[in-house]
Ligand binder design. Structure first.
Ligand SMILES: [Zn+2]
Ligand SMILES: [Zn+2]
Length: 333
């Protein structure tokens, strides 16, 4: 019998959120029955959570060998309580929009790591947000020395490369430029720290803090020599979860030097040197099948048991103990 594969074997999964509903507050009558308490986190507002909508690097892939980890390019949903941030607009942004279609805020903050195609190509497909005249999408770009993404996105999304220019979309797009290294402060007072990463044309790493938890998203990056980089180590120090660009293995890296990406081994080195509690690898190589990645993950967990390879649609409560994968992969023939 064919059994659907799980994309959620690691991390703590919120089945309610998977179905599009948000956790509701518990009423007084329910509080009298402690065995029914549904709290999953000591932080009452839902805490700091992350959902991966795309974890593949460079180009989307599709096929039976990509069922476990998924094929969409980077898009991450970060929630500080209910407060939404979207990091990157890869092809995974489409599913992010569909999943959150009932409760997207009127203003959506979209933080770009950088503007390479695998991190921007999903923007016009961010439905229903882009079709809503009442909605504002703020883009944040920090790798162009203060310049916003407006000109670059305007070139990308225009004929003959793409039939629709962004100014045709009903939503309001506001493009903000900053310099990586600055702390972003948003209209509601939320703050996010940033750091410049080593990548062609630069890239921006982000640090989110909420409810006493710390999440760092470090992609795209190529490690440097010496490693770990001292400034980056300070930036991610003590993080409850670090998301890291592990596109290659150490064995593959020599032929891919200078391409702007790193290895899971360098991610583990950085995590262990900086006291990072858990590590999630993203920007997966398009050639790496489920079978390859499961083998890579086993190698990685032998060195760092709280490290794992991110699965598309996986939701993680930052700071919760990640479950270690035990089930064998069920393959679809
Ligand atoms: Zn990329
Ligand atoms: Zn890139």
């Amino acid at each position: 019998m064919r059994k659907p594969p799980s994309a959620h074997r690691l991390g703590r999964i919120d089945a309610g959120a998977e179905n599009g509903s948000r956790s509701k507050s518990i009423g007084p009558s329910e509080r009298k029955r402690p065995v029914m308490t549904m709290s999953r986190s000591p932080v009452t507002d839902g805490g700091l959570t992350l959902r991966f909508w795309g974890v593949r690097g460079s180009t989307p892939v599709c096929g039976p060998e990509y069922v476990e980890f998924g094929g969409n390019t980077p898009c991450l949903e970060v929630r500080c309580g209910e407060r939404l941030f979207v990091v990157d607009a890869g092809s995974g942004l489409y599913n992010c929009g569909q999943h959150n279609r009932q409760d997207l805020p009127k203003e959506v903050d979209l933080l770009f790591s950088h503007l390479h195609l695998d991190h921007t190509g999903g923007l016009p497909f961010f439905k229903p947000a882009v079709f809503d005249a009442e909605r504002t999408i703020n883009t944040w770009c920090g790798n162009l020395d203060g310049q916003s993404a407006e000109d670059a996105l305007g070139r990308l999304f225009s004929p003959p490369l793409f039939p629709v220019t962004l100014d045709i979309l009903p939503c309001t797009l506001k493009h903000h430029g900053f310099r990586a290294g600055e702390t972003l402060t948003f209209a509601d007072g939320a703050t996010v720290d940033t750091i410049l990463l080593n990548h062609p044309q630069g890239s921006v790493g982000y640090r989110f803090e909420h409810g006493g938890k710390r999440l760092c998203i470090i992609s795209d990056i190529e490690h440097t020599d010496p490693w770990p980089d001292a400034a980056l180590m300070r930036f991610v120090e003590g993080a409850d979860l670090m998301v890291y660009d592990g596109m290659f293995t150490d064995g593959e890296y020599p032929t891919c030097r200078g391409w702007g990406h790193s290895t899971w081994q360098k991610g583990v080195e950085l995590a262990q040197a900086a006291g990072v509690k858990a590590l999630a690898i993203i920007h997966l190589h398009p050639c790496h099948s489920d079978t390859t990645l499961l083998s890579v993950e086993a190698d990685m967990q032998a060195v760092m048991p709280t490290a794992y390879i991110a699965r598309e649609r996986q939701r993680v409560e930052v700071g919760a103990t990640p479950a270690i994968r035990r089930e064998p992969l069920i393959r679809i023939a």
